[in-house]
Design a protein around this ligand. Structure first.
Ligand code: FES
Length: 106
């Protein structure tokens, strides 16, 4: 069971246990992490699950698809480490993953 830490823009940390096979967005929403909205339900069409992958983890999460990169183009404050949380499915290899939540999603 991987543990994931979400860090809000104000520095508040949320360390939560996740089930392998669930997406990072589903874990954030289920644990009421502020700032991760997931408005489209994980269909890669809203970008309200935008997160920043903490240094050292970017190469461990699966690569973004072309569709994800296209949707990210419409997100605010995009950075090189930006990802859509709904497109990252957790597994035990991602135990300890740290992601940051943007200041705003829209
Ligand atoms: S939840 Fe809509 S793009 Fe991720």
């Amino acid at each position: 069971m991987p543990t994931v830490t979400f860090i809000e823009a104000n520095g508040t940390e949320h360390a939560v246990d996740a089930r392998s096979g669930t997406s990072l967005m589903e874990v954030a929403v289920a644990n009421l992490v502020p700032g991760i909205l997931g408005d489209c339900g994980g269909n890669c069409s809203c970008a309200t699950c935008h997160t920043y992958i903490e240094a050292g983890w970017a190469e461990k999460v699966p690569q973004a698809s072309g569709e994800e990169l296209e949707i990210l183009e419409g997100a605010l404050d995009v950075s090189d480490n930006s990802r859509l949380a709904c497109q990252i499915v957790l597994n035990d290899g991602l135990d300890g993953l740290v992601v940051r939540v943007p200041l705003r999603q829209y």
